[in-house]
Ligand binder design. Structure first.
Ligand code: SF4
Length: 489
């Protein structure tokens, strides 16, 4: 390694050590932690408003919560059930009813720019069951020829018949949870999948006409070393995925719904310094292989639409992550699914039985959500600009939100004061016209975005224990303040 490169690496290491803290991924602002009760009637009102925007395209997300067995590291909302016959068919019946209920509200055959099936494991459903759900979407919506249909795949649960279906319905992109190819690491996280099976699925999808293949990798897993990671990256590069997302494993066995992580041997986890080295090594290997970095943890081949959008400053972000084709409104179908409609976030019941009962009563299965205030819109726009354009155009924000009442630098004086450290560290530049992330600063975009997250500040202030003799231990208060966030680095 050259001296310059080693110095740059050490500099990044130092920065990452200082800036690693729990924080949201900002697939939305406000985040799901701020959601409160929201009724089906509220959702109907939002749909009614959205319905009037007749020409805007829609996006849809279908959540399939089932997995045959829960992996030990998993942090997703999952129902582990080996009883496929008992759960899958009724779920699809209810899913179709939900799609029809929503469609009845917005009018059928609306243009659909984006469809994503995620989970859980969408291919837990048998091909014929999956096809019924896809057909319901195809019946109720008009597929935008410029749009994108995508599906998450677990190679272990993907059959040749699934791949045939994916080809038949013209899915544009598949996303595979690869995590790590090392057999020892796989054993330690309770997820054994061979490189051969992943290769078979990727090649099958490409032969079936799927244009884009995404891989998810995870660093910070038990037993991971720099050597094992290099072998994983080398195996991954042989398959040349178009996009990669690199997630840090967040070991939070105390958090609600993460009891499965108690099966992970905490002693086998890399320490913070090793985690950082794993992340930086992954990054270097992918950059050396010609990938373009999008923020800290996303990578795409230079000709991939995501990379092109990043260069053009036209990236967008929604609950599915970075995208180039966000519809104005996102409909969420399935248990726990989140949508975004008419300025509101809407989440379905997270308990299967409640979701099902609502649908069977002919009601939308809405449980929680949040109608964004003007302040949320303002801050959400700033955070989205940082995440997607890496720059906040202060004049544009004033033109849209201020109505001549305030100037950006005055309105956000307290927020900008929080950014003195990142400014001194060269992560941002700040001039009267714009706040801009530097190339290094793009790696710490979540830290910069957090400075504008008023709700996070409020929540942390509430969770900070009062200085009394009976106060809550600091560690417990930290957990309460950031119960589900992963480290920013
Ligand atoms: S990691 Fe994926 S396959 Fe494993 S339990 Fe979670 S959602 Fe299911």
């Amino acid at each position: 390694m050259s001296v310059d490169r080693e110095l740059a690496r050490q500099h990044l290491c130092n920065l990452a050590r200082r800036y690693a803290r729990p924080g949201p991924r900002y697939t939305s602002y406000p985040t799901a932690l701020d959601f409160g009760p929201l009724s089906a009637g509220d959702y109907v009102q939002q749909l009614e408003q959205a319905r009037r925007r007749a020409n805007d395209p829609w996006s849809a997300y279908i959540h399939v919560p089932f997995c045959a067995k829960r992996c030990d590291f998993c942090a997703c909302s999952v129902i582990a059930s080996p009883q496929h016959e008992r759960v899958a068919a009724p779920y699809v019946d209810d899913l179709i009813r939900e799609i029809e209920l929503v469609s009845a509200q917005i009018g059928s055959r609306r243009r659909l720019a984006q469809l994503h099936l995620g989970g859980g494991t969408p291919t837990y459903l048998a091909p014929a069951q999956l096809e019924r759900a896809i057909q319901a979407i195809a019946r109720e919506f008009l597929r935008d020829p410029e749009g994108e249909w995508s599906m998450e795949l677990d190679a272990r649960a993907t059959t040749a018949a699934h791949i045939e279906l994916i080809g038949e319905y013209g899915f544009d992109r598949v996303s595979l949870g690869v995590q790590d190819l090392d057999p020892d690491v796989q054993a330690k996280i309770g997820r054994i999948q061979s490189a051969a099976k992943i290769t078979e699925v990727v090649r099958g999808c490409r032969r079936a006409g799927v244009g884009g293949v995404n891989f998810d990798l995870v660093y910070g897993l038990p037993g991971q070393t720099l050597d094992s990671l290099r072998r994983t990256i080398s195996g991954v590069l042989e398959l040349l995925p178009d996009r990669l997302a690199i997630y840090g494993y967040a070991h939070m066995p105390w958090a609600p719904g993460r009891g499965n992580q108690r099966r992970i041997d905490a002693a086998a986890l890399p320490d913070p310094q090793q985690r950082l080295e794993l992340l930086l090594a992954t990054r270097e290997l992918l950059l050396d292989a010609g990938y373009q970095a999008i923020g800290m943890d996303h990578f795409a081949l230079p000709e991939d639409p995501l990379a092109r959008a990043d260069r053009a400053g036209t990236l967008m972000r929604n609950f599915m992550g970075y995208t180039v084709r966000a519809g104005a409104d996102l409909l969420g179908f399935g248990v726990t699914a989140i949508g975004e409609v008419g300025g509101a976030y809407v989440q379905n019941h997270s308990k299967l039985v409640h979701w099902r009962q609502a649908i069977q009563r002919g009601e939308l299965p809405t449980a929680r959500g949040l109608v964004r205030s003007r302040e949320d819109e303002l801050r959400g726009t700033i955070i989205a600009a940082l995440m997607c354009e890496h720059r906040v155009d202060k004049r544009a924000i004033e033109a849209r939100f201020s109505r001549g009442q305030w100037r950006f630098d005055e309105r956000f004086a307290a927020d900008l004061a929080e950014l003195r450290g990142p400014l001194a560290d060269g992560l941002i530049t700040d001039d009267p016209a714009a706040l801009t992330l530097t190339e290094t600063g793009k790696l710490f975009v979540r830290n910069v975005a957090m400075a504008f997250d008023q709700r996070l500040r409020d929540r942390r202030a509430l969770a900070t224990p009062a200085p009394t003799p009976a106060r809550v231990p600091i560690a417990a208060a930290r957990k309460a303040a950031s119960p589900r966030f992963s480290a920013t680095v």
